[in-house]
Design a protein around this ligand. Structure first.
Ligand SMILES: [Zn+2]
Ligand SMILES: [Zn+2]
Length: 1010
């Protein structure tokens, strides 16, 4: 007896039930035990930031990771299953700041860096737990007690080692340069943090006069959208070969003001060297500055005035120009984006606050030509959304010059899916600037840099042991390698001087990039139990620090998978560090995916109210449906996520559910018991189903091997369609009769399909497996070995596929002609079919036609009309006669798709060709196959049509009345339907009626027969 299934699956309830069962039976542990020592499949998890609960978008990546890990495990591979948490850096800091209501670095320091670090750790611990629960609910199988945490001392030490290596190679330097700066976070951002973080912002648009010295009444006119930079102006740049003209006392590029009447015209380079009065010369900061005109080839003539105001302290290009032209560099704002003291009335104000006063001041002095506003794309901080500014800062950098080519070479060995992302990675590597690794923050990787003022040497500490050895004190309070504790440990320079660590912390991508080394025990002599659970990670995980032999076994990763944006983040930092340390790519294959949008295609944002978090999605939709949705989607396209699309998938999955339920119901009636062999001789359709099932196994195995889930879902869908709409449909009568061979064939197909689709929908498949499995089969579908792929009877598969296409086209033709499938028709003609010709009876039965012919279809009529917009001008007066000839059918069709008519050759685009059925026929065609059927009805056909309607109606009544499949009935028809009794035997058989008669009733009536 198979446990009966309810009408519909309750996804949420069955998933909870399976989760509890997996736990109780230790299924995951059993699977790991079974595969231990098998061939390895090395997957390296990109760490998820433990700073918030998961959003629905996280479920995408996590689904893909789990699907392929489950597949590899089913194939017998030994896996590590180590999950990773990203734990330090700005994300976490900004999260804690919000939680504590702190809003500046000053407030953090007042709160206390040690306390702040404790809060950061608490936050990570809290959300690591939340995320773990959500991942479990998603069905993700990981070794949850042995996660890696990037803030562990071990992880930090490995990064120190990498940094020391960079230093020894001469790649590490302190850059004095203009950088994009977040005034709220008080730190610079690196190149990889900038891309895609833009917002449409409104800024002032000012045209300002800079009066020329020694040229009474003449001024340069400049354009700026950042008025706050004007107090730091030192020069004005012109394009040397452009023409400039004087109008109303102002110099402009002629091209920017073409309608003006210029009183003088000169080339740009003739203006060079002229001096002018700066806009804010009275400020203390401006006292020594001589403002002059310089040349710059990059001056744009596409916007502004063709004269660019230069403030080297406030822009990257301006700063470069200051080096070439020996200009002073004024840095007007501090780390918090507020003006320094030397900026007089602006002191202490933000760049936004000074906009108004600057405009007022320029206006008062008659320097303002025009003031407006502009909406443009402007970079914002990707953590806190504050608009960025440029500042001059001293940042620690790793030079990318020497590593660039080796990284490109390493990337050439990687198999990317989809493959064009390989080129994206190459593009990123070719254009990457030096890596800005320092952040002026608190809870991050402490950069182990100790500069010496006495001898000028920079000491980079490469390990905790080295720190201990060099330390001159403070070790007793060093609870972990974080600020503030680490800053209390001075070290001794080789020259004898006592050194202090620089205050900066590291870019969080260093933390994630090192994990192929820190988690696998690279160059570690002895295995240390729980050796990874050090520093802030102590007590949060039981992860070991393995030895080098282990690293050899698991490095590089066979496969990694993250979002596409990780090309410039994790894929990049991992590759950078790995090529530096080993010369090799840290991964062999990558699967990337795009972004999640809401179901209307908008980005999801909490503040827009359209974000769906993981808990909400899992609690409402269920994990299997979410996983199915992610797998079906082509990963290189953004995915529209929502309850609408989820409902659609639920409806589609119902077909599969119904097939299983159909089997269970009839198997129970027949007392069927599953076994390894068919209990009798297979009929041709059974034979086909077995081959069709093998095809599914082969197609899915291939899709998994290619890391390509859309092909997997396509193949599954098509199988379910064949199973339900062909095999079951065509075998109904056998099931009613309890045919054991049909039951066995269906059982086998269901069981196999459950197995191969189980990585996608682990809950539903496990639930159904438990109900269908043979007694001697493993209790869990995940403990059953993956079916072997074997040769298939391709000819048979193609034959039936063609039959199904003929039937589909026939249904389509009926539909187009408005003919119900229940109405039998007289004649069907099929053109273009090959092996389907052997299936005349099935086609006739499926399409309810009396006669099937395989012959050229002559029921087609071709109509050609002129494409008037093109032919009108071409033919002029002759259009009329051509049109008449086309209408009369007096034309010849050409190979090209055009026609010859009245002596004209018309191209395919000059005519509109319409193919349609002649009167009295219904017709459909597709890809060389044409199907046509007669639509005319006679009395015999009409009567049979009514019988089919009646059978359908009575069977619906049976279901509504709650009758069991085997219950017999008495059927009474209205007198008006007496003519149907000509087919009494047929009707009785189809509705399981023991008696059939007529009476004075208005509607058919059924009663259960005793
Ligand atoms: Zn910020
Ligand atoms: Zn020294």
């Amino acid at each position: 007896m198979f446990e009966p299934l309810p009408q519909y699956p309750d996804h949420l309830a069955l998933e909870e039930e399976i989760l509890a069962w997996w736990d109780a039976e230790c299924v995951f542990e059993q699977l790991r035990e079974r595969n231990r020592g098998g061939p390895t499949f090395s997957f390296m998890d990109g760490p998820i930031t433990a700073n918030n609960p998961m959003g629905a978008h996280h479920c995408w990546g996590r689904t893909l990771k789990d699907v392929f890990q489950r597949y590899k495990a089913l194939q017998g591979h030994d896996l590590r299953y180590q999950n990773g948490f990203d734990c330090q850096g700005l994300w976490v800091e900004v999260g804690v700041e919000r939680e504590l209501g702190l809003n500046s670095k000053r407030e953090i320091e007042e709160y206390g860096i040690a306390e702040f670090a404790e809060r950061c750790k608490e936050r990570v611990a809290k959300y690591a737990e939340v995320i773990t629960d959500q991942c479990r609910r998603l069905g993700m199988w990981m070794d949850w007690d042995n996660d890696y945490y990037t803030f562990s001392d071990t992880n930090i030490e490995y990064i120190w080692r990498f940094l020391k290596e960079c230093h020894e190679r001469g790649w590490l330097y302190k850059g004095h340069r203009s950088v994009e700066w977040c005034p709220r976070c008080g730190t610079s951002l690196s190149q990889h943090e900038l891309l895609n973080s833009y917002a449409e912002l409104t800024h002032p648009s000012l045209y300002v006069r800079f009066p020329l010295k020694g040229r009474e009444g003449e001024a340069l006119v400049v354009w700026t959208t950042t008025p706050w930079t004007l107090p730091a102006n030192v020069a004005a740049a012109v394009k040397p070969d452009a023409e400039y003209g004087l109008v109303d006392g102002g110099w402009w590029a002629v091209e920017r003001n073409p309608d003006a009447t210029f009183t003088k015209r000169v080339r740009g380079d003739e203006l060079v060297g002229l001096e002018y009065q700066g806009p804010f010369d009275s400020l203390p900061a401006q006292q020594e500055v001589v403002h002059r005109v310089i040349t710059w080839d990059e001056v744009s003539l596409a916007e502004g005035t063709g004269i660019v105001h230069i403030a080297p302290g406030c822009g990257a290009e301006d700063f470069e120009l200051s080096r070439v032209n020996d200009l002073p560099v004024l840095t007007p704002i501090n780390e918090a984006g507020r003006f320094y003291q030397e900026y007089g009335e602006f002191e202490g104000r933000s760049t936004e606050d000074v906009e108004g006063p600057i405009v007022v001041e320029l206006e008062r002095r008659g320097l303002l030509v025009e003031a407006g506003s502009i909406v443009h794309r402007y970079p914002i901080c990707w953590r806190c959304s504050t608009p960025l500014v440029f500042r001059i800062a001293d940042d620690w950098m790793i030079s990318a010059d020497e590593i660039r080519q080796p990284m490109l070479d390493a990337n050439a060995t990687v198999q990317w899916t989809p493959d064009f992302y390989s080129k994206r990675m190459d593009d990123w590597l070719r254009n990457m600037g030096d890596w800005n690794i320092s952040r002026r923050r608190y809870f991050g990787l402490p950069l182990p840099f100790y500069p010496c003022d006495s001898c000028g040497q920079l000491t980079v500490v490469g390990s905790l042991a080295e720190l201990r050895e060099r330390a001159t004190g403070g070790l007793e309070q060093l609870q972990e390698l974080h600020r503030p504790w680490i800053d209390e440990v001075p070290i001794r320079c080789d020259c004898g001087a006592e050194l202090r660590r620089v205050l900066e912390v590291g870019d969080a991508w260093l933390d994630a990039g090192i994990v192929p080394f820190s988690t696998l025990g690279w160059q570690n002599a002895d295995w240390k139990e729980h050796g990874y659970a050090t520093g802030a990670a102590a007590g949060l995980t039981g992860a070991d620090l393995p030895d080098h032999a282990y690293w050899e076994r698991w490095y590089p990763a066979d496969w990694v998978s993250e979002m596409r944006e990780q090309i410039r983040l994790w894929f990049y930092s991992q590759c950078f560090m790995s090529v530096t340390l080993t010369g090799k790519s840290p991964y062999r294959a990558v699967l990337t995916h795009e972004k999640l949008l809401d179901e209307n295609g908008r980005e999801m944002h909490r503040s827009w109210g359209n974000a769906i978090d993981a808990a909400e999605a899992l609690g409402n939709i269920g994990a299997d449906v979410i996983r199915f949705m992610f797998c079906e989607h082509v990963p290189s396209q953004n995915l529209k996520f929502g309850y609408g699309p989820a409902g659609e998938i639920k409806r589609r999955l119902l077909t599969y559910w119904n097939s299983v339920k159909f089997f269970v119901d009839y198997a129970n009636i027949a007392g069927f018991r599953p076994g390894a062999e068919a209990p009798g001789e297979l009929q041709p359709l059974d034979h086909w189903l077995l081959e069709r099932t093998e095809q599914l196994v082969a197609e899915l195995t291939d899709a998994y091997e290619r890391y390509w889930t859309p092909a997997l879902i396509r193949a599954f869908d098509s199988f379910v369609d064949d199973l339900s709409n062909w095999y079951i449909r065509r075998s109904r009568r056998r099931f009613w009769n309890g045919d054991a061979v049909a039951l066995w064939s269906l059982w086998h197909a269901l069981e196999r399909s459950l197995q191969v689709v189980s990585p996608v929908m682990p809950f539903l498949t496990e639930f159904l497996w438990q109900r269908l499995r043979a007694e001697d089969a493993p209790e869990s579908v995940f403990l059953a070995p993956w079916p072997d792929v074997r040769e298939r009877d391709e000819a048979l598969l193609e034959e039936v596929a063609e039959v199904r296409r003929v039937v589909e086209l026939g249904r389509q033709a009926r539909g187009d002609a408005g003919l119900k499938l229940r109405q039998p028709l007289r004649r069907l003609v099929v053109q273009g079919a090959g092996p389907a010709q052997r299936h005349v009876d099935e086609i006739a039965e499926e399409l309810r036609v009396k006669q099937v012919e395989f012959a050229p279809v002559e029921a087609m009529e071709i109509r050609v009309k002129p494409n008037l917009p093109l032919l009108g001008p071409k033919l002029g007066k002759e259009l009329r006669s051509v049109r008449a000839a086309l209408e009369a059918g007096e034309f010849e069709q050409l190979e090209s798709g055009g026609v010859r008519v009245n002596g004209h050759e018309l191209g395919a685009d000059e005519v509109l060709v319409e193919r349609r059925a002649r009167d009295g026929w219904a017709l459909a065609e597709d890809d060389g196959l044409t199907v046509a059927m007669t639509t005319e009805l006679d009395d015999e056909l009409r009567l049979e049509g009514r019988v089919y309607e009646l059978i359908h109606r009575v069977n619906t009544m049976r279901k509504d009345a709650g009758l069991a499949l085997t219950d017999r009935i008495k059927l009474t028809l209205p007198e008006a339907d007496a003519d149907l009794l000509q087919h009494a035997d047929w009707i009785k058989e189809e509705v399981l009626a023991t008696e059939l008669g007529t009476d004075s009733v208005d509607e058919p009536r059924i009663t259960k027969a005793l």
